[in-house]
Design a protein. Sequence first.
Length: 260
Amino acid sequence: MEISKVTEVFFSPTYSTERIVRLIGEAWEETHQEIDLSRIPKEGEVHEFGAQDLVIFGVPSYGGRVPAPAAERFRNLKGQKTPIILLTAFGNRDYDDTLLEMKDLAEEQGFVPAAAVAAAAEHSIMRQYAEGRPDSRDKSELTDFAVKIREKIEQTEDTERVSELSVKGNRPYREYNGVPMKPSAGKQCKKCGLCARLCPAGAIPAEHPEETVKKMCISCMRCIAVCPEHARSISRPMLLAASMKLKKECSERKRNELII
Ligand SMILES: Cc1cc2nc3c(=O)[nH]c(=O)nc-3n(C[C@H](O)[C@H](O)[C@H](O)COP(=O)(O)O)c2cc1C
């Protein structure tokens, strides 16, 4: 298949998924564009793709699932037998049904999954898990994955001939009801409003950026990552309790997976 444009599509509250999607995208020298699903879309926003496009779609795994706003916003993308690479970043626990849910979503929207990647990345809540990943070893492995994917796509005559991608997971997908840790602002908050502008869920009121609308918050940690005053945080006792609970499952280095 001849690819003329590569589009990097990502939902990436704390930016590691975005970085990994870009790293994979570096294997193509063609024109690039990006669609940031962490942004609240404009009314009626639709993006259409053809058979000469390649889409690289990345999301973090939340509770082993695609984050709900990412799934909803991805539905604004329409492919026409467009090849797509599915990528999930996971915080050293597991990605469970994330790639299967991405594959189903992609196919429903007219894309043809050509490859999938699960990449271990620093846990955005309990940052001691997979701390510092992707590291240099991961980066060279992911770069090699990207070359293999490019070769597969180049060698395939057209998307009709891409064989069914087999990713792990179950249907119905795992149930995910969110996590109870919702960031709040401390005394250092200068009400600059940056967090409110960048919150992927619209859970921080622009007029009162020191507040969080708890029922809208998806615990993605974007506000903590972007606050220039380091004024936002989650409850320490809750963080410690969650860390203890996941210690056994998350401590060992998990490998990156390439499915092709
Ligand atoms: C609400 C929430 C739920 C998460 N659930 C999981 C999980 O089930 N398994 C896992 O390995 N990592 C989990 N993580 C960690 C993220 O998948 C991981 O840190 C990812 O790299 C974050 O991507 P980002 O930097 O693009 O936001 C979760 C993180 C958050 C914020």
